[in-house]
Design a protein around this ligand. Structure first.
Ligand code: ZN
Ligand code: ZN
Length: 355
């Protein structure tokens, strides 16, 4: 088959790759219908780190992509909830389904990966689990980590369920957004943008959507958030909240200055969820966190565990996710897609790659 293959930082090539095979009876193989690129893929592209993975070091080549939908071509004998021909959403991360964390509804914290008993947690970020920028993809433990594209959910929305919307929603949950709350979302890339929409969907009274790009602030206004430039954000939030700050802050960038801004904007006793992927030695003003008694959560989202809540919200139109996908590429032009996405050219927000 053909695939986009990680050959090293800034070196993703469209080339031939071995067809996937079913390595476990609980797995299946899909023909990929579409697969997006994620902001987190840029850490790989830049030769940064994600967890234990250091992309600046030589590693075995692998297919990239963890935001895929596909059509089931072949199923393992142990797969119960899918059949050949089904069109499915594939969680960006895999999980064992049987460890204590998986059974507790925290598949994102699957212990099997930690103990080396299972393949890597996310597709397309390491040689452990090839990704969906390819003609075909092996889906691991498919009964847990994939679901049919639900009725009333578009293909584009289905792709958002693989990661971006689930991650944005995780920020909403982990920062405890409730009815009437005020919320600041720092960064209006796809995840921050979807977090802002989800915060409104669960009842926030005001959502400040903060980004330096005017087009992204304007998009936030279209679904009811208040677009703010970072330079004006802290002052405006203080003005609107009698100098107290917002109830919840969702940080969707992951660098020192935005973490500092997040801490400044939270009220005393407020809550902060950090979604941006942090690099080693990223700093934040912990003395303010302590002084304000903030509750801070940092983590990697639960994808499958969000679906029972997000799917009905998509079906009912409470969350729409409109306008997130701005560009479309063929798989053969995938290297250019990565380059353009990295360069943030042409107002790109998120893009689709079709094999
Ligand atoms: Zn992603
Ligand atoms: Zn597990």
């Amino acid at each position: 088959m053909k695939a986009l293959v990680f050959n090293g930082p800034k070196d993703i090539r469209y080339e031939s790759f071995n067809d996937p095979i079913i390595r476990d009876e609980r797995n299946l193989v899909v023909k990929v219908l579409n697969c997006s690129i994620c902001g987190s893929d840029l850490h790989m592209y830049h030769g940064d780190r994600i967890g234990k993975l250091d992309y600046s070091q030589p590693m075995q080549h692998f297919c990239t992509g963890h935001e895929a939908i596909g059509e089931v071509m072949e199923i393992g004998s142990g797969v119960r909830s899918h059949k050949v021909g089904d069109r499915i959403v594939i969680s960006g991360g895999a999980a064992c389904g049987t460890c204590r964390r998986c059974l507790a509804g925290q598949a994102n914290l699957c212990e099997a990966y930690r103990t080396g008993a299972a393949h890597g947690t996310a597709y397309g970020i390491s040689p452990d689990l090839n990704g969906g920028h390819a003609d075909y993809l092996e889906v691991v433990n498919a009964d847990l980590t994939a679901t049919s594209i639900p009725e009333g959910v578009s293909d584009e929305q289905a792709i958002l369920l693989t990661d971006a919307l689930a991650t944005g929603y995780y920020g909403v949950k982990m920062s405890g957004v409730g009815p009437g709350d005020t919320v600041a979302v720092i960064g209006q890339g796809p995840i921050g943008r979807l977090a802002a929409e989800a915060a409104l969907a669960v009842g926030a009274s005001a959502v400040y959507a903060i980004d330096p790009q005017a087009s992204r602030r304007n998009m936030a206004q279209t679904f009811g958030a208040i677009g703010l430039h970072p330079d004006e954000a802290v002052q405006r939030v203080y003005e609107d909240t009698r100098g107290l700050g917002v109830d919840s802050v969702i940080e969707a960038v992951g660098v020192g200055p935005t973490l500092t801004q997040a801490v400044k904007m939270a009220r005393v006793g407020g809550r902060l969820s950090v979604l941006g992927i942090l690099q080693a030695n990223t700093s934040m003003p912990l003395h303010i966190v302590q002084g304000k008694s903030l509750v801070v959560h940092m983590g990697i989202a639960g994808i499958v565990d969000s679906w029972p809540e997000l799917i009905p919200m998509l079906q009912s139109g409470r969350i729409k996710g409109e306008g997130v996908f701005t560009h479309h590429f063929d798989l053969s032009d995938g290297a250019e897609a990565y380059r353009m996405f990295d360069a943030q050219e042409d107002g790109v927000m998120k893009l689709l790659i079709t094999p």
